[in-house]
Write a protein that binds this ligand. Structure first.
Ligand code: FAD
Length: 497
């Protein structure tokens, strides 16, 4: 409602925003959440809320007329197809040197991600968030995040026998034959449900290949955890298809927030103005960084720190496929939820997930998403000519990631006498070095903010999402984003309200 005054406005409904809203509401504060994406609570013509990965449609992409699939080719042929422009669930946001994939909708990245819920090894934490007390994180906030998110592990005995994880067993065997430790990776997928999917007793989701464009059944996205819990407080309102475009000090105190209401083709139908005593930026690393960089440069929030926009990293993401011999078939049916990885972080700077290639046919391919210790960091800046925010990342900056991933896969190829696939990311292209799923940084903790996410220069403004983390978490990031948000909001509620 335009003209309204609210105590707290939260921009974004991903992990950071959901934690903030829940804890504030439990403390008795009324919260307005604003989300640019859709609610994703209504089935389409096919009776399903979300589209399948193998058959993308309008629901699949954020305001595109052609799909932008992470694996653009198969056997050398481009596989992207035309779709109607729609406020779909997956945004492939293109900057000059990198495509950043992000979730759009109530639940943010939890709607589209693989659900891999990994707590970093404690010995690596000092490099991830150097100014955060590790004892507090590992004793209190990581356990709290894991419990709220519903993190669980695949049953190893079931894993050993089921068809849909043959690809992961091949990945394990080959890792071990080359002397690398294979580890099970926890996930928020409902593992009991997956057993029933595999047995054919319930509608299939992961076993039918659903992942990038949402899971219709088994995944415990935020829609099944934090969001129902925060709605049950009765103190939180969520406005989907509303995009925040400006935050600036209000004359009577607090902040004026300008919000565009969108229709499902992305046009602005109304612009609203709301006043808020406090504003939490939880628009994700890219969303929060873009807003803050723009607001600082255009004079709306000129006193923000010069650290705004800096310290952005890609979590070292790089993808690769390997071609196996015929005796190492990876299976026509592959569960879309990865459950294992190859840990060569300490020796080679790479942690590689054994990822599915859910094409529905036998490909004899092994596919991996590696998280690497890539040291490169980029910066967001305001471009007055285009009135857009640019990101300085360059494609060549992925080379350290490729080198680190090669510490694993060159060795496996040597042991197995196999080669890399060159048909998945283009014609004759081995490495998927054009993208990230794990944007991190841009409003780094204890640099652009204080040590709890309070934005320097403006009391009552906070960052509480992946933008706080300086570029790398050594594993998949959302458990760390959630745990850090739990830590910060506890402090903010205790001292600022
Ligand atoms: P987000 O979850 O990105 O939420 C931000 C929200 O803010 C979004 O809903 C967005 O639409 C909204 N927003 C942005 N700008 C505005 C605005 N101006 N106004 C209103 N709303 C706005 N991580 C893991 O740990 N494990 C995985 O297995 C994994 N797999 C992934 C797979 C894919 C395909 C992708 C894309 C990501 C994956 N990730 C994974 C990453 C993980 O999802 C993100 O790190 C996480 O969602 C970030 O949380 P966040 O709270 O920072 O922001």
């Amino acid at each position: 409602q335009s003209g309204t005054h609210v105590p707290v406005l939260v921009i974004g409904t991903g992990y950071g925003g959901s934690v903030a809203a829940l804890r504030l509401a439990q403390a008795g504060v009324d919260v307005q959440m604003v989300e640019m994406g859709m609610a994703w609570d209504t089935p389409g013509a096919d009776g399903k809320i979300f589209a399948n990965t193998t058959n993308p449609d309008a629901r699949s992409y954020w305001l595109r007329t052609k799909t932008k699939q992470p694996l653009s080719n198969f056997l050398g042929f481009p596989i992207d197809r035309d779709i109607p422009r729609y406020t779909g669930i997956l945004d492939a946001e293109e900057f000059a040197g990198i495509i950043v994939y992000q979730g759009r909708g109530v639940g943010g990245g939890s709607l589209v991600n693989g659900g891999m819920a990994v707590t970093p090894k404690r010995e690596n934490f000092g490099a991830i968030l150097p100014t955060v007390n590790a004892d507090e994180m590992y004793n209190t906030y990581y356990p709290r995040a894991n419990a709220e998110l519903g993190v669980g592990l695949v049953d190893p005995a079931w894993f050993d026998t089921v068809d849909c994880y043959q690809y992961a067993r091949v990945g394990r065997k080959q890792a071990q034959r080359s002397g690398f430790p294979f580890v099970f990776v926890p996930d928020v997928y409902d593992w009991d449900y997956m057993k029933q999917e595999a047995a054919g007793t319930v509608p299939k989701s992961a076993v039918a290949g659903e992942i990038l464009y949402g899971n219709n059944y088994g995944k415990k996205s935020l829609q099944k955890t934090y969001i129902p819990k925060l709605m049950a407080t009765g103190r939180v309102t969520i406005s989907p298809l509303h995009k925040v475009t400006s935050v600036s000090p209000a004359s009577g105190g607090g902040y004026t927030v300008l919000i565009d209401q969108l229709n499902t083709t992305g046009d602005v139908t109304t612009t609203k103005s709301v006043t808020a005593d406090r504003v939490f930026f939880a628009a994700g690393s890219v969303g929060t960084s873009k807003l803050l960089t723009m607001l600082k440069a255009t004079g709306k929030l000129p006193n923000l720190s010069n650290e705004i926009g800096k310290g952005w990293g890609d979590n070292g993401n790089v993808m690769v496929g390997r071609a196996n011999w015929w005796w190492d078939a990876t299976g026509a049916v592959q569960a879309s939820i990865p459950c294992g990885g190859i840990d060569n972080w300490a020796a080679g700077g790479a942690f590689a997930e054994v990822a599915p290639l859910p094409t529905g046919i036998e490909t004899y391919a092994s596919f991996y998403l590696s998280i690497t210790k890539n040291p490169n960091r980029a910066e967001f800046s305001w471009n007055p000519t285009t009135s857009k925010v640019d990101l300085s990342w360059q494609t060549a900056w992925k080379q350290p990631s490729i080198d680190m991933a090669k510490t694993i896969f060159d060795k496996i190829n040597a042991t197995e006498a196999t080669i890399y696939r060159t048909d998945l990311f283009g014609v004759n292209k081995t490495w998927g070095d054009h993208l990230t799923y794990h944007p991190l940084g841009g409003a780094v903790l204890n640099r652009a903010t204080d040590n709890y996410g309070r934005l320097l220069g403006y009391p009552g403004l906070y960052a509480i999402d992946g933008s706080l983390i300086p570029g790398n978490t050594s594993v998949n990031p959302f458990v760390t984003i959630t745990a850090l948000a739990e830590r910060n909001i506890e402090k903010i509620i205790a001292t600022d309200l």
